[in-house]
Ligand binder design. Structure first.
Ligand SMILES: *Cc1c(COP(=O)(O)O)cnc(C)c1O
Length: 409
């Protein structure tokens, strides 16, 4: 399966986003400054504790890929979710001749496009952020949108969707059940398109485009990536599509010089369960004694994407798990020391460098890869996946939780 997807597919997704730039710019004023490109900054983290080996030797520079501030969707889902909505809109527009003779995609914000799109429903199962990205993008184009959510999803995410004209259906039970309900309902309706987080190639490729963008930012930041300058990337993982898409793109570009790790909550480590049990497809966290109880709602997923698992088996360096208290402590430190606002899921990435550099397993990996003596030339990127839209009151609660952990005697 892994040989089926190539750099040509990643570039095709990047080109699709380019073609839609005039549309995005017309629909979202906040994208005028970037000519319709949705992208985040790569920033140094100068004030947080710097990466160190046991004994205190410097172990490279620490960076953040600031997807917590991605415009339009406020999370990493802007990459995959928006790409899939645009791909569907593009295929409809072609099928109905809307793009014939058009100078660019600007026609897709016109009346005839809206009339066409309004006949279709786009639906998705979501813990929150995927629904936000699909809901905001699809309703802006004129689609009807339904988001299937588990009842424990954050209230403010449901409210924000409803304020955008999105129908939110709530389900008792977890994320996987909400996805299944949405999939069933859409299957019986030819005017309904279901974004399937557990299987979607379009989502995966949308995420993978981040690697091309990162490549340019690394050059601009003067960061070398090669056999003697290893790059470590730490990606929070829910169902696995986002971190797998990004890892896939990064491995295509940087090969053995990049080392990608996923970070999951200890209570919801579905990717770890999937990677450790290749003979048990569809294995859930409940099968291995985890209970899905985590405040990192973007990562509260019981079953990993099979597509992501299949792609990652040959190339992922490892999966780490971290506790809610640690995520809240890092969320708090990011705010206090770097002035950045992230949600708990995003803060999981900051556990990455510490676990690599202080755990037995992490150090064994570095030894086995022959990297220990090169660590002072390493770069570490914590991928920060969401936060922009978190309401102030909610965020103050997060900060308070984090402060309590950090200042605990
Ligand atoms: C969705 C999400 C992730 C992980 O993406 P998956 O594709 O589910 O693995 C990480 N952080 C945040 C904030 C998210 O919303």
């Amino acid at each position: 399966m892994s040989s089926d997807i190539s750099m040509a597919d990643v570039k095709a997704a990047a080109q699709r986003l380019d073609r839609f730039a005039p549309v995005l710019m017309a629909l979202f004023p906040e994208l005028r400054a970037t000519q319709g490109v949705i992208e985040s900054a790569l920033l140094p983290l100068n004030h947080l504790q710097q990466p160190q080996l046991p004994g205190g030797a410097a172990a490279g520079a620490l960076w953040i890929k600031a997807d917590h501030a991605l415009p339009v969707a406020g999370s990493i889902k802007a990459r995959g979710g928006i790409h899939e909505v645009l791909e569907f809109a593009e295929s409809l527009a072609h099928r109905h001749g809307l793009l014939d003779g058009a100078p660019d995609y600007g026609v897709l914000v016109g009346e005839s496009a809206r009339t066409l799109f309004a006949q279709y429903e786009i639906s998705v199962g979501s813990t929150g952020n995927l629904g936000l990205s699909i809901g905001i993008m699809a309703s802006a184009l004129g689609f009807r949108v339904t988001v299937h959510m588990s009842s424990d999803a954050k209230q403010w995410k449901k409210d924000k969707l409803r304020a955008n004209g999105v129908a939110v259906l709530e389900y008792e039970g977890d994320y996987a059940q909400a996805v299944e309900a949405g999939r069933q309902r859409a299957a019986s309706d030819e005017f309904s398109y279901f974004v399937d987080d557990e299987h979607s190639l379009s989502l995966f490729l949308g995420y993978s485009v981040a690697a091309l963008r990162l490549q340019r930012q690394l050059v601009e930041s003067g960061i070398q990536v090669d056999a003697t300058h290893p790059l470590f990337i730490y990606l929070p993982c829910g169902v696995g599509g986002a971190p797998a898409g990004i890892t896939f793109g990064c491995k295509l570009i940087f090969g053995d010089a990049v080392h990608c790790f996923f970070v999951e909550p200890t209570a919801a480590a579905c990717f770890l369960a999937g990677m450790s049990n290749p003979d048990r497809p569809g294995i859930s966290i409940y099968d291995v004694g985890m209970d899905n109880q985590t405040e990192a709602d973007g990562l509260a997923v019981p079953v990993a994407s099979e597509l992501a698992l299949a792609q990652m088996r040959p190339m992922l360096s490892g999966v780490m798990t971290t506790t809610d208290d640690t995520m809240f402590a890092d969320l708090y430190r990011l705010h206090e020391q770097e002035g950045m606002k992230v949600e708990p899921s995003a803060a999981a990435s900051l556990s990455g460098p510490r676990m690599l550099l202080s755990s037995e397993a992490g150090l064994a990996y570095l030894r086995q890869q022959g990297l220990l003596h090169l660590m002072n030339q390493a770069n570490h990127i914590a991928w920060s996946t969401g936060g922009l839209f978190v309401p102030d009151q909610e965020y103050r609660g997060f900060l308070e939780h984090g402060r309590t952990v950090v200042t605990m005697p």
